[in-house]
Design a protein around this ligand. Structure first.
Ligand code: NAP
Length: 591
C-alpha cells in the first residue's frame, strides 16, 4: 500500500481562501475587520521569522494587523501594560505573544494576562478548560490544524482508535482532548502515550489514526504502525544542513518506510507545519465574529447591518423578511394538539375547521401560517396536501409546512403555493438528506433549528455550530443563507433561568456569523409560569432587539406588543402602522 500524502501546503490555502471571503463579508455586512496584534520581545532570528510569517498572512487576508517590536530588556510590568492596552482595544480581536520570552519575564504571567476572548493561541487556562469540557472558543493552532487535516481529507475520526504519542500542553494533550469530544470530526477513543508508557509499540499498533508529537527523529518505525493506519507526524527535528545551507528537517516517524504501510500520512516538511499560521488566522476571524456579546449590540448597530432581506410568498401575496423591517408574525401552529375540531377534521378529512382557523389567524394579524399535521391517527401523506390546499383557498398568505415526511411535503409543494417555508429542519443527517433536495427542487425557504441527533445543546456556541453545519450543507446544494431562517430555540425560563439569555446570545451569534434571518416560537419561554402573556411580550421585545425577524405567536394576543416594539425600535415611520392598527382595534370594538 502506498499512502495518500496529506499536505498542509494544499489544505492551508483552501482554508485561507475561506477566511479571506468571510473577512470581506464581515466587513461589508457588519463593518468589522479582524484585528491581530503580534508582540515579539527581542530579535531572536527564529522568532522574527515566525512573526513575519504571521504578519504577512494577516495582511494578505485583509486583517487589521499590528506588529509590536519590544526591546529585549523590557520589564515585566511594561509588557503587562502593553497587553492590557490591546485587551482594551476594540479594533484588536486577537493577541499573540511570540514565545519564548527572555528569562527575566514570567511567561505564564504574561500569557494569563491576555483576555481569554482575545487568546487566539488558545493557551489561557480559561480556554484550556473550555476545550476540556467541550465548549472551546479557540482551539490551540497546531491541534486545530491536525483536526482540520483529518476532516478535510475525508478521514473518519468518529469511533476510531486514536493513539497520540506525546502529552505536551502544546500538542499532545489538546489534540487528545479535541478528538475525544462528542462532536463532529471527533468522538474517537483516544490513548495518550509518553515516556512513561510501557511497550509503546503495543499501543501504536492498535491505532487507526496515529498522531506523533514526541520531538524525537524517527521515533516511530514501520513495525510500530498498523497496516492501513493514518499517520500524522507533528515532529519537526533539525538533522543537519542542506548543501544550500538550509536546516534539514525530519519528522518523528520513519516516513519512507511507513508510507508503504499506512493509508495516509503527513510529510515533514509540508505536512502539519504549514497549517499552524492558518489556524491562528481562523481563530482571529472567530474572535472577531464572536466579539459581540449579549447587550453589546446596540439597536443602531443592528440597523447599520446590511443584512439581506428575503421574500416568501403565497400565490398572490409576498412577505418580506429582513432586518429593520416590521417583525413578521407567524400564527400559532395549525395542528391537531389540544384543538378538538381540527384533530377530528384531520382524522376524517374535513378541512373546514382548518380553513376557519386560518381565516381567524389572518384577521388577528398573522402574516404567515404554519401547518403541522403529524399526529397519531392522521395520514400525513394525504392530510398535509389537503390542509395546505384548504388554507390556500381560505387565505392568501405564505405557508410554512412543518413535517419530517418528504412524501407528504412533496405532495403539498406540488400544489404550487408560491414560495413557502419548510419548517423545523434540524442538523440530523437523515433529516437534511430528506429535506434539502425538496428545498432545492421547489425553491422554497427553509427554517432551520439549532438541534441535532444529540438534542438541543445548552450553550450558544454549540447551537451556532449546528446552524452553521446546516447552512454549509444547504450551501453545498446551492441554497444560500438568504433562504434560511434560523430558530435559535426558546425554552422555559421556569426550568432554566438562563434560557432566555441563551436564546438571545445564540441569535446574536447566528446573525453575526451567518448574517441570517431569525425566527422563534417565543411562547415556550413562559411554559409553567403564571401570567404567560406578560412574559411572552417582554421576551419578544428583547428578542426583536437582539435581531429576531419572525415570531411564531398567538397573533391576537401578541400583535400589539410586536407592533409597539417595532415602533420603539424605529421600524415604523412616524408610528403610522401602530396608529392605524390601534384605530382598527378601536373601530372593531365599537361595532
Ligand atoms: P514536547 O513538549 O517536547 O513534548 C514531547 C512529548 O513527547 C512529551 O510528552 C514526551 O513525554 C513525549 N515523548 C518524547 N519521546 C518519547 C518517546 N520516545 N516515547 C513516548 N513519548 C515520548 O514537544 P511538543 O511541543 O509537543 O512538540 C513535539 C514535536 O512537534 C516537536 O518536534 C515540535 O517541534 C513539533 N511541533 C510542531 C509544530 C508545527 O508543526 N506547527 C507545532 C508544535 C510542535 P514526557 O511527557 O514523558 O516527557
Amino acid at each position: 500500500m502506498t499512502a495518500k500524502i496529506i499536505r498542509g501546503t494544499e489544505i492551508g490555502p483552501v482554508i485561507r481562501e475561506e477566511i479571506r471571503e468571510e473577512t470581506v463579508r464581515l466587513k461589508e455586512q457588519h463593518g468589522i475587520v479582524p484585528g491581530l496584534v503580534t508582540i515579539i520581545v527581542g530579535n531572536d532570528p527564529a522568532s522574527v521569522s515566525y512573526i513575519t510569517g504571521k504578519q504577512k498572512t494577516a495582511k494578505e487576508l485583509g486583517f487589521y494587523s499590528v506588529q509590536e517590536d519590544v526591546a529585549k530588556d523590557v520589564s515585566e510590568i511594561a509588557l503587562l501594560a502593553l497587553i492590557d492596552k490591546y485587551n482594551k482595544d476594540p479594533k484588536i480581536h486577537g493577541i499573540l505573544v511570540q514565545l519564548p520570552l527572555p528569562k527575566h519575564i514570567n511567561e505564564t504571567k504574561i500569557l494569563y494576562a491576555i483576555d481569554p476572548d482575545k487568546d487566539v493561541d488558545g493557551f489561557h487556562p480559561v480556554n484550556v478548560g473550555r476545550l476540556m469540557i467541550g465548549e472551546a472558543k479557540f482551539y490551540p493552532c497546531t491541534p486545530y490544524g491536525i483536526q482540520q487535516m483529518l476532516i478535510r481529507s475525508g478521514i473518519n475520526v468518529d469511533g476510531a482508535e486514536v493513539v497520540v504519542v506525546g502529552r505536551s500542553n502544546l500538542v499532545g494533550k489538546p489534540i487528545s482532548m479535541m478528538l475525544v469530544q462528542k462532536a463532529k470530526g471527533a468522538n474517537a477513543t483516544v490513548t495518550m502515550c509518553h515516556t512513561g508508557t510501557k511497550d509503546l509499540a503495543s499501543h501504536t499498533r492498535r491505532a487507526d489514526i496515529l498522531i506523533v508529537a514526541a520531538g524525537r527523529p524517527k521515533a516511530i518505525t514501520a513495525d510500530m504502525v498498523k497496516e492501513g493506519a493514518v499517520v500524522i507526524d507533528v515532529g519537526v527535528n533539525r538533522i543537519g544542513m542542506t548543501p544550500e545551507g538550509k536546516a534539514k528537517l525530519c519528522g518523528d516517524v520513519d516516513f519512507e518506510a511507513i508510507k508503504e504501510k499506512a493509508s495516509a500520512i503527513t510529510p515533514v516538511p509540508g505536512g502539519v507545519g504549514p497549517m499552524t499560521i492558518t489556524m491562528l488566522m481562523l481563530n482571529t476571524l472567530r474572535a472577531a465574529q464572536y466579539s459581540v456579546r449579549p447587550g453589546a449590540l446596540s439597536v443602531t448597530g443592528l440597523k447599520e447591518n446590511n443584512m439581506e432581506t428575503h421574500v416568501v410568498s403565497a400565490k398572490g401575496k409576498e412577505v418580506i423578511i429582513g432586518d429593520n423591517l416590521p417583525t413578521v408574525l407567524i400564527g400559532e401552529r395549525i395542528n391537531p394538539f389540544g384543538k378538538g375540531p381540527i384533530k377530528e377534521g384531520m382524522v376524517t378529512g374535513n378541512m373546514e375547521p382548518i380553513a376557519k382557523m386560518a381565516i381567524q389567524q389572518v384577521q388577528d394579524g398573522a402574516d404567515i401560517l404554519i401547518i403541522s399535521v403529524a399526529a397519531f391517527g392522521v395520514d400525513e401523506n394525504v392530510i398535509l396536501p389537503k390542509a395546505t390546499a384548504a388554507v390556500m383557498e381560505a387565505v392568501d398568505v405564505p405557508i410554512c409546512m412543518e413535517s419530517r415526511n418528504p412524501i407528504a411535503l412533496e405532495a403539498a409543494l406540488k400544489l404550487g403555493c408560491g414560495r413557502p417555508i419548510i419548517s423545523s429542519v434540524t442538523g440530523e443527517e437523515a433529516h437534511l438528506n430528506d429535506l434539502l433536495p425538496l428545498v432545492q427542487k421547489y425553491d422554497t425557504s427553509l427554517e432551520i433549528i439549532a438541534s441535532d441527533a444529540s438534542g438541543i445543546p445548552n450553550n450558544a456556541a454549540k447551537r451556532l455550530e449546528i446552524l452553521v453545519h446546516i447552512a454549509e450543507r444547504a450551501k453545498e446544494m446551492g441554497i444560500g443563507t438568504e433562504r434560511l431562517i434560523a430558530d435559535c430555540i426558546a425554552e422555559s425560563s421556569a426550568v432554566n433561568s438562563a434560557a432566555a439569555i441563551l436564546t438571545m446570545e445564540t441569535m446574536k451569534l447566528a446573525k453575526h456569523v451567518l448574517g441570517i434571518n431569525l425566527v422563534l416560537g417565543a411562547s415556550n419561554v413562559s411554559f409553567g409560569l403564571p401570567e404567560r402573556p406578560v412574559i411572552n411580550a417582554v421576551f419578544l421585545s428583547l428578542a426583536i432587539q437582539a435581531g429576531l425577524n419572525c415570531a411564531i405567536v398567538n397573533a391576537a394576543k401578541m400583535k400589539p406588543y410586536i407592533m409597539a416594539t417595532d415602533l420603539l425600535l424605529g421600524r415604523d415611520a412616524k408610528a403610522r402602522r401602530y396608529t392605524a392598527y390601534c384605530r382598527k382595534l378601536k373601530s372593531a370594538a365599537a361595532r
